[in-house]
Design a protein around this ligand. Structure first.
Ligand code: NAG
Ligand code: NAG
Ligand code: NAG
Ligand code: NAG
Length: 499
């Protein structure tokens, strides 16, 4: 039963920058089983998936996994077009840092649903993927993954319907990685997203995730697609059981098993070549992995090759044993190239010895985050009783350009909440002095807030007793805190108070 007296409502709009958190000994990890009512654990790694939270809409449903590499979860969340074209997950309380964000797509287990929905995925407001028809029959297209820097304590993932079925999301993983992970040069930093295009474990037969092979959790539990051959009739897969030195090292902590297989070219076809399709007119960050595991090559100078990307030499005279210091020792080379066309071809071309080798390949699209010209604003409020006990609270994100509108929206939302809760006596407190003056003293408001003021006045008339007071910003901490929770970038919020 709602107390009838002395209800206090705090509303806030604040502007603040968030300090970045320092790195912790264990990486932060959150995994979400979309549509799930309870936490779930999955085999074989006993991974914990939280029950569904942070969604802006959509409906839970039973899921069909499109691929056997998808986590074995039984539910998903789908977003019918009637919920609007854009639907999101906003995951808050994520410590600032560098993250690998991975989203697995699902198929609704209902014959009435279009089998393979096509939609766009954005992370932190930047589109990173547009599903292509046929995605559900390719393992490495059953998810999308990107490396992002989080500076505001929350991750926002949105799904934009393209009119071909309802976006359906099976799971979301937010996995912290080293601050310097995949450092490819000075261009890297906030505002750059690395979208995983491909991760290949050359010469391997089975797909694997880092954690299936006790990979370091700071590696971000990468998925490695096996590639037993580049499709050249003459390349050959080799493998070793020897342990590999220098594999699981900072900043990327690759699993050792990655280097225990390789593809080798042959005397009859010395060039080892791999071609993939890419989105044109984009920069790609390419990471190439080597360890000399061939029993035929035992010392420096026995195998030397050039690495060409789309025909241009990216690395000249690569001698793995010379560069890594020993046999069975990992070395990683990275280079960023601009690609204008639709294909990316890597060629290992031997210059000494007649066979080239490669253990693994990673290709990332370098995506420049869409610039946010305006502050994003959040509003928040607290409804308390006379003793200061919180009864209810709210926070929401706005895309406004004027803080007075956001402040007015916060006051309106707070009044609406109190009115719906059956509150009769109310003191509204806000740190938006100009608005309190408009409400109390019948001074003229700027035109754009007039409709909101009219709403506010109407809501005020629904209480038996109401007064509106100004309180200084510093006394309105709780409401500011809530407003921040609703935000992604900087925070703006309105504040008020009700009694
Ligand atoms: C989902 O599956 C469970 C059994 O696994 C079933 O009881 C339930 O009715 C299904 N829900 C829907 C919406 O089909
Ligand atoms: C990637 O290559 C760049 C440019 O050569 C280099 O500065 C950077 O240290 C390399 N990154 C890693 C993690 O090795
Ligand atoms: C690729 O990188 C170069 C060098 O950092 C930059 O000047 C160029 O704008 C980038 N191109 C694209 C398409 O992002
Ligand atoms: C507010 O101002 C309007 C127009 O100036 C006037 O008609 C109205 O009576 C005023 N209301 C109060 C409560 O003073």
């Amino acid at each position: 039963m709602m107390p009838k007296h002395l209800i206090i409502l705090l509303l806030t709009l604040s502007l603040a920058l968030f300090p970045s958190s320092s790195s912790q000994p264990e990486p932060f990890a959150t995994r979400l089983s979309c549509g799930a009512r309870y936490n779930v654990r999955t085999k074989p790694t006993n991974t914990l998936w939280f029950s569904d939270f942070g969604y802006t809409g959509g409906r839970p449903a039973n899921a069909t996994r499109p691929s056997y590499i998808s986590p074995p979860l039984k539910t998903l969340r789908y977003f019918p077009l009637s919920d609007g074209p854009e639907n999101c997950y906003n995951i808050n309380k994520v410590p600032n840092g560098h993250y690998s964000v991975r989203i697995f797509f699902g198929l609704v287990a209902d014959p009435n649903f279009e089998n393979e929905p096509l939609f766009e995925v954005s992370v932190e407001g930047t589109q990173i993927n547009s599903l292509r028809s046929g995605w559900s029959s390719h393992d490495d297209e059953s998810f999308t993954e990107a490396l992002v820097i989080i500076t505001d304590g929350s991750v926002s993932l949105c799904f934009h319907s393209t009119g071909h079925g309802d976006p359906a999301i099976l799971s979301i993983e937010i996995l912290q990685v080293d601050d310097k992970a995949y450092y490819f040069g000075p261009q890297q930093g906030q505002g750059i997203i690395l979208r995983t295009s491909r991760r290949l474990n050359c010469g391997a037969m089975k797909p694997k995730f880092d954690q299936d092979y006790s990979g370091d959790p700071w590696g971000g539990d990468r998925f490695w697609n096996p590639i037993p051959t580049f499709g050249q009739s003459s390349d050959q897969a080799i493998s070793t059981k020897n342990s590999i030195k220098q594999a699981s090292v900072s900043p990327n902590f690759y699993p050792e098993i990655l280097y225990q297989t390789a593809l080798l070219s042959t005397d009859s076809q010395p060039d080892l070549s791999y071609t993939m399709y890419v989105d044109p007119n984009r920069n790609y960050s390419i990471w190439l992995h080597f360890a000399e595991i061939d029993p035929e090559v035992t010392g420096e100078g026995q195998r030397i090759f050039d690495i060409l990307i789309n025909g241009d030499i990216a690395f000249k005279d690569v001698d793995i044993i010379h560069m890594s210091g020993d046999r069975f020792t990992a070395i990683v080379l990275n280079v960023t190239v601009a690609v204008n066309g639709r294909t990316l071809t890597l060629t290992m071309h031997p210059t000494k010895g007649s066979q080239a080798i490669i253990n693994a390949i990673e290709v990332f699209g370098v995506i420049i985050a869409e610039s946010k010209t305006l502050l994003e604003e959040g509003i928040g409020g607290v409804l308390s009783d006379s003793s200061g006990q919180c009864i209810m609270s709210f926070s929401e994100m706005l895309e406004g350009d004027s803080s007075i509108i956001a402040e007015a929206q916060a006051i309106r939302s707070g009044l609406f909440l109190a009115s719906n809760a059956g509150v009769q006596r109310l003191v509204l407190k806000s740190d938006a002095k100009a608005l309190i003056d408009v409400i109390n003293m019948n001074v003229t408001a700027v035109c754009e807030v007039v409709p909101l003021i009219l709403d506010i006045k109407q809501l005020l008339s629904s209480f038996c007793h109401v007064s509106c007071q100004y309180i200084p910003w510093v006394l309105n901490r709780e409401a500011h805190h809530l407003a921040k929770g609703a935000l992604r970038v900087n925070v703006a919020s309105v504040s008020g108070f009700v009694q």
